[in-house]
Ligand binder design. Structure first.
Ligand code: PEP
Length: 268
């Protein structure tokens, strides 16, 4: 299993999207995950990405637990007349992570590859770890166009980054047709696309750098299927949406990932 990023734990990033609806539900969800996580912290790096208004409350609850905090988006300017936006710079006091280019932002808020590249560069410049999301639409998948589409998104997303940025970059392969649909990708398809992603990163910012970029799978990952992804040689973890809102199921997922990683010998 020498192709996981060296020395890294498996990364589980919980994308809560616009959930839960209240601060107290958000607090209950964090509390329910914290206790089971403790037993697996040696093997699993956990990043929780709540909506902006819940960041502060979640930050207080996870203090000194090893759990990390992420935002679901950021804007590339530091400050100014950008009503409704939150800059990467504003997140740094609370968050270690930021997600950029999620397919829901691309589809509903018309984010372009260029926007996503600027967000990725701003996040890293401000000292955040960036999860850059890429993935093909159903029509691309059925037409056998996954590789050119995802390869193009990766090239565009990296266009403002340099080799030095690679330790701060995670790329999440999330086929759009698999997000929130219950139709998770075949592990073989995920593996081939993650291999393409790593290859593309190597071409754009160099092979040495590519080895430091972590690659995740996301799209209808749940307790029943997570093992089939995290055991893939090129998969450094998962980005989880719906299942991360169910404390019992998510706790099982953390335990499964820890079990798989506990058995992967270190490559350092
Ligand atoms: C996501 O939103 O990033 C995601 C993977 O969602 P789900 O797990 O619900 O498919």
């Amino acid at each position: 299993m020498g192709s996981h990023v060296q020395g890294a734990k498996s990364l589980l990033a919980a994308n809560w999207k616009m959930n839960p609806a209240s601060a107290s539900d958000a607090a209950d969800l964090v509390r329910a995950i914290l206790e089971p996580y403790k037993a697996h912290a040696d093997h699993v790096q956990l990043a929780i990405c709540p909506p902006y208004p819940w960041l502060l409350g979640v930050a207080e609850l996870i203090e000194n637990t090893g759990v990390e905090l992420g935002a679901q988006d950021c804007y590339w300017e530091k400050a100014g007349a950008f009503t409704g936006e939150v800059s990467a710079a504003m997140l740094t006091g609370w968050c270690q992570w930021v997600i950029v280019g999620h397919s829901e932002r691309r589809a509903y808020f018309h984010e372009t590859d260029e926007d996503v590249a600027r967000k990725a560069a701003a996040g890293i410049a401000e000292g955040l770890q960036v999860i850059l999301c890429v993935g093909e639409l159903d029509e691309h998948y059925t037409a056998g166009q996954t590789e050119p589409v995802v390869g193009g998104q990766v090239r565009a997303g990296l266009s403002q980054l340099a080799a030095d940025d690679s330790p701060h970059l995670v790329i999440a392969y999330e086929p759009v047709w698999a997000i929130g649909t219950g139709k998770n990708a075949e592990p073989e398809h995920a593996y081939k696309t993650m291999r393409l992603i790593r290859h593309t990163v190597g071409e754009v910012i160099g092979q040495g750098a590519a080895r430091k970029v972590r690659v995740l799978y996301g799209g209808s990952v749940n307790a029943a299927n997570i093992e089939s992804y995290v055991e893939l040689p090129l998969c450094d973890g998962c980005l989880v949406g719906g299942a991360s809102l169910k404390a019992d199921e998510f706790s099982k997922m953390i335990a499964t990932v820890a079990e798989v990683y506990g058995h992967i010998p270190s490559t350092t």
